[in-house]
Design a protein around this ligand. Sequence first.
Ligand code: ADP
Ligand code: G6P
Length: 763
Amino acid sequence: MAKRNALVIVANRLPVDQITAEDGTQSWQRSPGGLVTALEPVVAKHGGTWVGWAGSTGMAPAPFTLDNLSLHPVPLTAQDITEYYEGFSNGTLWPLYHDAAATPKYHRRWWDRYVEVNHRFAQAAADVAAEGAVVWVQDYQLQLVPAILRKRRPDLRIGFFLHIPFPPVELFSQLPSRTQLLEGLLGADLLGFQHPDGAHNFLRLANYLCGYETDRTGVIVDDRRVRAEAFPISIDFAQIDKLAQDPNVLARAAQIREELGNPRQVILGVDRLDYIKGIEKRLKAFRELLDDGDISVGDTVLVQVATPSRERVEHYQELREEIEREVGRINGEFSELGTPAVHYLRQSYDIAELAALYRAADVMLVTPLRDGMNLVAKEYVSARPDLGGTLVLSEFTGASSELTGAFLVNPYDIDGMKRIIIQALRTDPTEGKARMSAMRERVAHHDVTMWAAEFLTALHEQTRPPEPLPGPLVPLASAQDVWVVCDYDGTLSPFVDDPTRALPAPGAYSALMELASLPHTQVALATGRPAAVVRGLLGLTPDDPVSVLGMHGFEIDASLGEPLSLTDEQQKLREQVRAHTITTLEDLGVPFVQRPLEEKDGAVVYVEDKPNSVAVHVRRLDPAQRENVLMAISNGPALHEGLAVTPGDMVLEMAVTQVSKGDAMNLLRKNAPDAHFLVLGDDVTDIDAFATLQSEDVAVIVDRRLPDMLTAARRGTLRPAVAERLTPLAIAHLSAAVTVPDPAAAVALLKRFASARAQELEK
Ligand code: ADP
Ligand code: G6P
């Protein structure tokens, strides 16, 4: 019996293909494509078994280990390859899922074989998965595996990730086997897509074609909830970044430019030879630029690297011919002796050679007609620690949502693409660096390790047996009307040094959405920040049914009441306080910024200018300096008459209005006098909200700050500004509150409450 593992990856291909040379000797070669690029480092890090096809026909090699990867080959016959791989996977699904970039073909026997091979992969996964293991199924070739596997092994936690786009209803509905495919996917606990559009399309289809109840992030299938969300994939940024600084790679990059005849500018394309990559459109634009005289041979050269792919599929054969004809035509028309206009390399290179090519290229052309993500674009920016080079990127790639420093193009618009290529070639170096730096930052912070961790954490969370709901929340689950009111910083989002990066704890958005989609259940956020900022951090759209009360209730959602505004006097006072704060900091000699903090800022104070207040953030300072600054502000600008001064966690806020989260709560109660309230908070300003609670309401305290304050209050060691807020009612509610250790636990509690309430409401 095969060794059983706690993590099993199931993909059509193993990360390596078995190659048989003419003399019969066999060797292993890395498999092509983005799936392998992304997943290989994940399995190398976590350990686990990879189940997949070894790339040759007939008998599969015995399970084996290679570079720490435990590999479990699945056999495919020649007929499987024709009908399952080249047929249904790459002749039907691949074009259909890519906006029907080529005409999808439908053959019943292709589908029958797809079903059969999916059973084989599912059985292989069932054989190697340990009890309760995580099985992570990959991509469009194996969409039936989750349901087959669930039937055979209900103990498993099953995740599925689609590396390519998931099409809209109009296209997907063409498939004769459409409901079987959806039911196959719904066997998973968690479905990951490259882009929120894919998740959205899937959820619409599950409802429209299968009749399942869906909400924004999931589908209810019998007694299970299947979660469907976007998890944009990435690459090993650090590996490529490091490689691109290796002296050998740099020397090779210089050599490449020399071999190209030292042109002034090098344009590069690197793709699998696939019709979705838009290679022919890019060649057309390049030819016309030469023809128009906008660029000239010798001065500007195009290098197009294209790995052979799926060569027995008709569309791919046609594409290859078309591209080779076009390259021949360009070179025939424009090349000079010894100076070709296009260098066309139909080969596969190792990552070091690709890194050298990336470093040698001034402009990278990534122009797919549709692509789930496109890792080449991410590799290019990772390979530019020098901040050189510009990226021209199709707006129809998943990467375009993240790489906002790229020059975006519509590959169908040849004139537009020509204009953008010229713009990219002529980019001012300072602008180019800023663009590259923004893109690198994104990929560095969202690398493949983070992608895998987010997916696997979500899968664990999704499959964890539910803990019982804490006692005080039980009656609220069945109450007639409920308002859930949450603070943001420290409650739904862990504190970070830079407030502009205070991202929500994973699942916060979906927890709020789950609650808000229940009947008789309303959700509000009561925050000290401007509402728009918290909306942005959480990714709330104006259509999401969540109210946000900003600046402690100064900013009110239109649905809840009349907006508040400052009097002339209050505006003047705010100006005075701001000016006084700045002179105080200047006198102290403490550096400060008046715009949102950036990573490069060192130990500075952030003076935040809010519509009704001035907030002084001291989190970046060392502890001794923090106290000094807070003391000087408290004894200076904070003493202006008419201010409401609130000390928060490493911030002091001086508001010219007296609005508090207590007012925000009263406003909500006015709108729903019979509702019961569940209020979550962690900090001083939340005390005002807790103080308005009534006996059926419940307070949830996140973290230790408020409990520690209660202790300090009992000892009489609390600062007066805080002690004043601790009215007997606030103390009573805080003492009876449910406590959770951190924002992640707060999110988990909200989810538990949402599912308990959903069950109660169904009764
Ligand atoms: P896809 O998954 O459709 O192939 P991606 O751009 O997401 O497209 O991923 C392609 C992967 O294959 C990248 O890691 C890229 O480096 C690699 N690749 C593409 N062309 C070549 C080539 N000629 N030689 C070696 N690797 C290549
Ligand atoms: C894309 C697909 C992968 C596939 C790869 C290479 O990245 O999403 O599933 O493995 O292309 O294609 P191939 O058909 O050679 O496996």
